[in-house]
Design a protein around this ligand. Structure first.
Ligand code: G6P
Ligand code: MG
Length: 483
């Protein structure tokens, strides 16, 4: 039985909200559904969240829900005629006082009072993810005067970044605070924080989540130049999060596209080092917005992210607003499986030279070492409260599937993001202790994952329902009486 190890995050939007379409996406194998709080009303997100859970349950699948906060993306205001066309050499102004609805060919308003303070003469400003580029020629009290370096169309509410980063709006806006409450209400499994600058931004998000009564794991979107300026900054942000996203759209604009590939590899490596799951995002299958087939370059991009050991690859507009959302998921799934057949994905020397700090970590890594070096092992069963033990396991490369056995809905869904981890609903407390091993293995026999003669590794603690309590590992021979 071959399981796809790399998980697929699909953004939901107008192209993927009807029950029929959503059902097709669930059947095509999405593991995480992303609700993008930058678009759509609270009621639309509510309806999508309920529908995803209903359809996943109907098909016996576990699909996590990820809410993505809009964050302090700085945007221009509106134009009188919705859109203008800029040519190289044109002069253009950004004004913090110009009427919000009245942009022209010469000037547009901007809702960011510190713009003038934060920018200097000579800075490059990137509009609409870098499609239009300008250079600052002059500053006045309330305006930046610029010259167009790369021309193109500019329309209402397009985003603005500065090359090199450093536009410093606080990470959580009033709207984000509302959406954190919505995430708690919907019991989302993950919550992504946009544009965090450092650990303090993640700690604030965590506090607000707790106050709202939410339990979502927090995902730091790595998309500011400051966040990847050096290892200390990156690692600080990773450690303050439960998972991270390589948010290549804004990150690429801030640091330049040439730096992006190296930084992607580094973020994935460091996330795994700190036992965090990592999502690679943005434009992975961009051409599939309008085409039923990916380009070779897109195939290569997805495959390379798999070879970098990302936990998940993500679809944005392809699944939210594209013409071929289902085909995009199917193509991604196929490419992931192909890349996973490469031998580099199935062995690991990760952490071989390190010492471990925790008992459960030691057991998890011992299990992976055994699984990777004892060819008879066909599956790993990890009894888990929070998903933490299988998460640590899945930081080690392997071709052996890891099954997270848990009675909790939120853990069942959450594990859907971890590379190589699959969920089996299971309540150890409902089984007599001497029957536990047999009952657990029976679940895999029933699913056709293992057969008599195979070996299975089982990890657990002495007591049930204790997160962090894993202290034992068994190697079980399927077909023999197990105790
Ligand atoms: C289940 C098992 C326990 C184990 C725990 C680990 O509850 O029955 O024996 O200690 O999971 O949970 P964790 O959240 O650390 O993966
Ligand atoms: Mg972004």
């Amino acid at each position: 039985m071959t399981f796809r190890r790399t998980k697929i995050v699909a953004t939901l939007g107008p192209a993927s909200s009807s029950p029929e379409r959503l059902e097709q996406l669930v059947l095509a194998g999405i593991d995480v559904a992303r609700l993008n709080f930058s678009h759509g009303s609270a009621d639309e997100h509510r309806a999508r969240a309920h529908l995803v859970r209903e359809l996943a349950a109907k098909h016996g699948r576990f699909v996590a829900l990820l809410g993505d906060l809009q964050g302090p993306k700085i945007r221009i205001a509106k134009f009188v005629d919705k859109r203008i066309e800029l040519a190289v050499g044109d002069h253009f102004r950004f004004s913090v006082t110009h009427p919000r609805e009245a942009g022209t060919q010469e000037v547009v308003g901007i809702d960011y009072p510190d713009l003038v303070k934060d920018c200097n003469v000579g800075d490059e400003l990137l509009l609409d993810d870098g499609r239009v580029v300008m250079q600052v020629l002059e500053k006045t009290a309330d305006e930046l005067h610029c010259k167009v370096l790369i021309g193109g169309p500019l329309s209402d509410h397009k985003g603005i970044n500065r090359r090199g980063g450093g536009l410093t709006a606080p990470a959580l806006t009033a709207k984000d605070k509302q959406d954190i409450k919505l995430a708690a209400e919907l019991e989302l499994d993950y919550l992504a924080v946009s544009f965090p600058r450092d650990a303090a931004d993640m700690e604030l998000a965590r506090r607000l989540r707790d106050e709202a009564g939410g339990r979502a794991w927090l995902v730091a979107k790595i998309e500011r130049a400051e966040a990847v300026a050096d290892d200390a900054a990156l690692d600080g942000l990773i450690r303050a999060s439960d998972a991270v996203m390589v948010a290549r759209g804004d990150l690429g604009v801030e640091i330049g596209d040439a730096e992006l590939v190296g930084i992607q590899k580094k973020i994935i490596l460091h996330a795994r080092r700190y036992n965090k799951a990592v999502i690679t995002a943005t434009q992975m299958m961009e051409s599939m917005i309008h085409s039923p087939m990916p380009t070779r370059a897109e195939v290569s991009d997805v495959a390379n992210a798999v070879l970098d050991n990302t936990d998940a690859v993500m679809l944005s507009a392809e699944s939210a607003a594209g013409e071929y959302p289902v085909e995009a998921v199917q193509a991604m799934a196929r490419i992931c499986l192909g890349a996973e057949r490469q031998p580099t994905s199935t062995r690991s020397s990760h952490r071989l030279g390190q010492t471990f700090k925790r008992c459960d970590e030691s057991i998890a890594l011992a299990a992976m070492y055994t699984a990777n070096h004892f060819p008879g092992v066909k599956a790993i069963i990890s009894l888990t409260e929070s998903g933490y033990t299988p998460l640590i396991m899945s930081r080690i490369r392997s071709s052996v599937p890891i099954f997270a056995f848990s009675p909790h809905r939120e853990t069942q869904a959450r594990a859907a993001l971890f590379r190589g981890v699959y969920t089996v609903p299971f309540d150890p407390a409902a089984v007599a202790p001497e029957k536990l091993s047999q009952a657990a293995v029976d679940e895999l026999l029933k699913r056709g994952v293992v057969e008599p003669g195979d070996w299975v590794i089982l990890t657990k603690g002495d007591s049930y329902n204790t997160t962090g309590g894993t202290n034992g590992m068994k190697i079980l021979h399927v077909g023999e009486p197990l105790i």
